[in-house]
Design a protein around this ligand. Structure first.
Ligand SMILES: *Cc1c(COP(=O)(O)O)cnc(C)c1O
Length: 457
């Protein structure tokens, strides 16, 4: 019988994170201010604690995971690497499909992998309170849980459309002791400015980030926490791929294709960067695919540019594929993928030619999620369904070519809190939304006066 689940013992668990910045053939461009000057660590200090800033700018290949963080991660880690044999059967494919199940954490996604160390490092630095934004609520709930574990206060600005569509996540945050309000709110200057222009604004991550940062810099003993995009966040997520490599080694297998859905890029990077280490070293050559929604196609149709992470331009300018910080994405159900920019490290991997990007429309993703649920049982988050849809495309192609390929996807979270999206799908109320070209032109307009990133060197 084929082995369908691979375990690791506690002493086989990774004890260091992998920092891909040490290995890229070309240097990643630095963050800059609007005048084009590189941003130094001290300029980030009002927003992040210095111990996390050190990780943000580090080019050291391996970084130790603190013992207190490991103790918590081990509650649900290693996450299972499972073979989706019944899905393979339904697809009549010779491909082997594996999924790394990050839905087993208490919050139900990969996000606690970074929420826990972020809360830990802030606590170490003497911080008492964290502010943040959340889209679908996965990040807000993960940070709420981590703050509770380390005795920090937590305030979450939740994108209004998700606040309405996903009320249960708010209850999770409150259960873990956090305060959660809908964004745009009238409690910040950034929020009030947006509401004055558009009282019905559905919100966006870029708006919620502005509110959370404004709250942070105007409050005492407070720092801000981001759930994706930044280097230190992607670093913390590499535990996923480091475990997966060990799990594959145990069954003498190596994936031909590595797939992750990509919102800000953290779960995709978490699974794929340890495999990219082998690709950069020239020892292996997997295809690595980032999947984004057709409604928010920053890598496939956006521009590589310096852009702000938020609408009020409170963050430094980051070198990333972007649809422009003023972009308000269509309210598709995969809330966690509705962000205008892609992590600088993932954007850089794209420029280096190490990864591919594909955009998939919402309905194909829900069909994939239905098939996965009906074969493997676990109901995926709408974000995760993008990775599943891509794995299904590759498995179908393997059947047509009669090739045995090994596919691994990051099963980034479960969808038990996102059933309203499934309800809309089951009732036939969902439609596909492909971003019109006029929106791409708006992005170009939004980016045109910002400094330009240098060519690869
Ligand atoms: C937040 C989230 C994502 C998207 O965020 P990334 O930083 O791109 O990983 C994907 N899947 C789930 C389940 C999420 O909660």
């Amino acid at each position: 019988m084929d082995q369908i689940k691979v375990f690791l013992s506690e002493d086989e668990m990774p004890r260091q994170w992998y920092n891909i910045a040490a290995d890229f053939p070309h240097a990643v461009p630095p963050p800059v201010s609007p005048d084009g000057k590189p941003i130094g660590p001290e300029q980030l200090a009002p927003v992040f604690p210095m111990n996390l800033i050190e990780q943000e700018v580090s080019t050291q290949r391996w970084i130790d995971i603190p013992e207190e963080v490991l103790q918590i991660l081990w509650q649900w880690r290693p996450s299972p690497l499972c073979r989706a044999t019944r899905l393979e059967k339904a697809l009549k494919t010779p491909a082997k499909i594996y999924y790394k199940n990050e839905g087993v954490s208490a919050a139900g996604s990969h996000k606690p992998n970074t929420a826990v160390p972020q809360a830990y490092y802030n606590k170490q630095f003497g911080i008492k309170r964290l502010t943040t934004e959340t889209g679908a609520g996965q990040w807000g709930s993960s940070l709420a849980m981590a703050c509770q574990m380390f005795g920090l206060e937590c305030k979450v600005y939740m994108v209004k459309i998700s606040f309405t569509q996903k009320p249960l996540r708010k209850i999770m945050m409150q259960t873990w002791g956090a305060e959660c309000i809908a964004s745009p709110s009238n409690t910040t200057n950034a929020g009030r400015a947006i509401l004055a222009a558009d009282p019905d604004c559905p919100g966006s991550l870029a708006i919620a980030i502005s509110e959370a940062i404004e709250d942070c810099v105007t409050s005492k003993n407070t720092r801000y926490a981001l759930g994706s995009v930044l280097n230190h966040v992607l670093l913390h997520q590499t535990i996923i791929g480091l475990e997966a490599k060990k799990q594959f080694a145990k069954i003498n297998t190596y994936p031909d294709i590595v797939i992750g859905c990509a919102g800000g890029g953290s779960n995709f990077a978490g699974l794929s960067f340890p495999f990219l280490a082998d690709k950069i070293a020239g020892t292996k050559n997997p295809r690595v695919i980032a999947v984004e929604p057709a409604a928010c196609p920053k890598m496939t149709r956006g521009k590589f540019a310096y852009d702000s992470g938020d609408v009020a331009m409170m963050t430094p300018l980051l070198p990333m594929y972007s649809l422009g910080h003023t972009y308000v994405p269509a309210p598709i159900h995969a809330g966690g993928l509705r962000y205008h920019g892609m992590a600088p490290l993932v954007s850089h991997a794209m420029r280096e030619g190490l990864i591919e990007a594909v955009a998939i429309p919402q309905l194909e993703c829900y069909r994939a999620a239905m098939l996965f649920s009906q074969t493997e049982g676990f109901i995926p988050a709408p974000e995760t369904s993008h990775a599943i849809a891509m794995a299904i495309r590759e498995a179908n192609q393997a059947r047509e070519e009669g090739k045995e390929k090994v596919i691994v996807l990051n099963w980034s979270g479960h969808g038990i809190m996102d059933l309203t999206g499934y309800q809309a799908y089951l009732e036939g109320k969902l439609t596909d939304y492909v971003l019109p070209d006029s929106e791409i032109l708006k992005a170009e307009e939004c980016l045109k006066d910002l400094p330009k990133p240098p060519p690869l060197s």
